[in-house]
Design a protein around this ligand. Structure first.
Ligand code: SF4
Length: 710
């Protein structure tokens, strides 16, 4: 690898993108080689700290398995290296042919997060709209949008990150900040030092749960019952914020009437959380409001009633008056940036993406198609064929539900293009694989709405032959004839200047302030002087919009799939999708030092369940759902860590992907999200034992010398 660095010696300050938290870092360069990642100062996001993932960004950049040139798959399945110009020419030619034969909607795009975030999303949406197809897809069909929709349906806005350090009570549900968002922990520590109390609700005892005043383990998918129980207790005891409710909300009488049935005893019967614990949590909320932070992780959105459960918990925040406050649901004011692409095609005659008819709320709020429905179209079971797909930095074969169906669907495509760093399980199915650039090889604008800060990430290095994400879409669009209209900028710097044009902050300002610039002071309680961005202008406990689409107007509780449709053949509940400290979904499993700690896929099992099946720690087991099986090692956890009957498997492994077991056809009717947190499965002990690779073997065989090839 012959990289060129921005400077020969010194440090370049930028943002880490090994996850989406975007901490400030300093990249140390010696004699033209990047040698170390240090935490960056001056950014409140990480305040001079760095997590283990961030420290390994150079192992990712210099990884010996990185794709450094375009690859074309041959009829025998092998890949050959071809020139970039040839790859783009052939891809463009095949896309044009598909468009001519089947129409533009026969081609779609799929954006992951491996290379970027909102700026990349703008490029991808811009491209597919210029091509003439509505079919923009993303990993957000299975992650994030459930919470986004739940919040927006109630308050009209989304801000995922409260100021925990200003709270007197923090209530976490299905979330594990030390693992998912390590920088948050400073705020938790500050809050706890100031006397804030912490309640953690999760079927899994995670590190944050060990730190809580109250930790409760509900049955997966029953958070909505708890939310309604707490709403009921606040209303019955007159402990809610009556002034806030009367002035700024609609639908109170409807939710008050519905909540009455959720007595603490009913909540206990449904969720398994003791009635007295429910009462105690309600008293803590009443005592602490409005200084409460209720924060939800992905644990809630991966159920068929996920959005409504999230809506109920958002209503709980609003009943406490915790709206647009420092620690509550903060209504962010966005930086005035030029738009790369609107989420929805403004033309009234524009065709809708695949799945928009099944999941109109997902489409209305995000303008994207539904990936699980798209699989049917790829398999010839839709209204028209989806024949071509360009995937950028996503690995749906591993991360999307129903792995075997995804593989069948992708194999059925006439054209599959993958833009990625490594030859992933998805990329191996592609007809063409383009080398993607890491975050150290590009420059882009980032906004953090929690702190109202805007940043510029810096291009620290480049590898000849690898073009950045902008060039990829730009060059393809120009070959297809809409480049001048959609991608008129020569490079990322021109794009960044275009984005900043509506503001009075320049690129030079941002270069001079690597810790970011506050684009506007944070203001609270804006709803007291301006209508909220909901149809009624108020907090919507009851939604006329949803009622108009045939949904219940209040977020009624529906018992989860496993309580409604218990299958004797599959007595365990699989939960998956939770993050690990060292991995980020399907990323970073090839970082050598991480594989010394997480050596193989494992199923975490309660000791009593393990004893009942005759499983010892380390035994190989087969997990089966109605869709397929995987074979992984058993890890017997402490009895406090999991509820009996629940088994947990991490979701990002290329080998034995747990999504072979998960369902793409059991969906939340509002978000379209798949069921990932309570999948009925069976566990069997395997007679034969697989040897567990020793850490030394992993290093020498798979990822030795992760440093510098040259
Ligand atoms: S939390 Fe870690 S991986 Fe994520 S941006 Fe910060 S340092 Fe990077």
């Amino acid at each position: 690898m012959k990289e060129r660095t921005a400077i020969q010696n010194g440090t370049v300050k930028t943002l880490c993108r090994m996850c989406n938290t975007r901490c400030s870092i300093a990249v140390v360069i010696k004699d033209g080689i990047m040698t170390e990642i240090l935490p960056g100062a001056g950014n409140p996001v990480n305040d001079g700290r760095i997590c283990p993932r961030g420290k390994t960004a150079l192992e990712h950049f210099y990884h010996r398995d990185r794709i450094l040139a375009p690859l074309k798959r041959m009829p025998d399945g092998s890949f050959v290296t071809i020139a970039r110009e040839q790859a783009l020419d052939e891809i463009a030619e095949r896309m044009a042919a598909l468009k001519a034969e089947y129409g533009a909607p026969a081609v779609g795009v799929w954006k992951g997060e491996g290379v970027g975030f909102l700026q990349q999303e703008g490029y991808v949406r811009r491209f597919i709209r210029g091509f003439g197809s509505p079919n923009y897809f993303s990993n957000d069909s299975a992650c994030f949008n459930g919470r986004y929709l739940g919040n927006r349906l109630v308050t009209g806005f989304w801000n995922p990150y409260p100021r925990f350090d200003a709270a007197r009570l923090i209530l976490l549900l299905g979330s594990n900040p030390p693992v998912c968002h390590p920088p948050f922990m400073k705020e938790f520590a500050d809050a706890r030092s100031s006397g804030a109390r912490l309640v953690v609700i999760d079927p899994r005892l995670n590190p944050i749960g060990c730190w809580a005043d109250i930790f409760a383990q509900p049955l997966p998918g029953t958070d909505g019952a708890l939310a309604w129980g707490l709403i009921n207790l606040l209303v019955q005891s007159d402990a809610y914020d009556k002034d806030f409710v009367s002035r700024y909300t609609v639908g109170f009488s409807e939710i008050a009437a519905y909540a009455r049935r959720f007595t603490p005893e009913v909540v206990e019967a449904e969720s398994g959380i003791y009635a007295d614990v429910v009462r105690t949590i309600a008293e803590m909320i009443a005592d602490s409001r409005p200084e409460i932070s209720i924060y939800l992780g992905t644990g809630l959105e991966h159920h068929e009633n996920g959005v409504n459960n999230i809506r109920a918990l958002t209503i709980l925040s609003c009943l406490c008056g915790a709206l647009d406050t420092e620690c509550g649901l903060y209504w962010p004011e966005r930086m005035p940036l030029a738009e790369l692409s609107s989420r929805k095609d403004p033309s009234p005659s524009a065709p809708l993406p695949i799945g928009a008819d099944r999941f109109p709320v997902l489409y209305d709020f995000t303008g994207e198609g539904h990936t699980m429905t798209a699989m049917d179209y790829m398999l010839g079971m839709g209204e028209y064929p989806l024949k071509g797909l360009v995937i950028t930095a996503a690995n749906p074969v591993v991360t999307h539900p129903d792995t075997l169906k995804v593989e069948r669907a992708f194999k059925n495509l006439d054209l599959l293009v993958a833009n990625d760093f490594f030859l992933t399980r998805t990329a191996r199915l592609a007809h063409y694989v383009l080398p993607a650039e890491t975050f150290l090889e590009r420059s882009e604008i980032h906004c953090n709405i929690k702190y109202h800060r805007v940043y510029l990430t810096r291009k620290v290095a480049e590898i000849p032959g690898i073009e950045n994400e902008y060039r990829f879409w730009h060059d393809l669009a120009h070959r297809l004839g809409f480049g001048e209209d959609c991608f008129p900028w020569k490079n990322e710097t021109e794009v960044n200047r275009y984005l900043l044009a509506p503001s009075d902050i320049t690129l030079e300002d941002l270069k001079a302030h690597p810790g970011g610039i506050v684009y506007q002071p944070v203001r609270y309680r804006k709803h007291e002087t301006a209508p909220l961005p909901t149809p009624s202008g108020k907090v919507e406990f009851a939604s006329g919009y949803l009622k108009g689409l045939g949904f219940s107007e209040i977020p009624e509780y529906i018992p989860p799939f496993h309580l409604r449709e218990r299958a004797d053949d599959y007595p365990f509940l699989l939960t998956t999708g939770a993050r690990m400290t060292l991995f980020y979904h399907s990323r970073h499993q090839n970082i050598a030092r991480f594989r010394l700690i997480h050596r193989r896929p494992e199923a975490e099992i309660h000791p009593d369940d393990a004893e009942a099946i005759g499983i010892a720690d380390g035994d190989m087991v087969r997990l089966s759902s109605r869709l397929g099986s995987i074979e992984v090692a058993a890890r017997i956890v402490h009895r406090a860590e999991l509820r009996r009957g629940v088994v947990e498997v991490y979701h990002g492994w290329e080998d034995q992907p747990v999504n072979i077991l998960t369902f793409g056809d059991v969906n939340d009717p509002i978000s379209g999200f798949p069921l990932l947190k309570a999948v009925p499965v069976r566990i069997e002990k395997l007679a034969s034992q697989k040897a567990v690779p020793a850490p030394a073997d992993l290093v020498s065989e798979e990822c030795a010398d992760p440093g510098f090839d040259d």
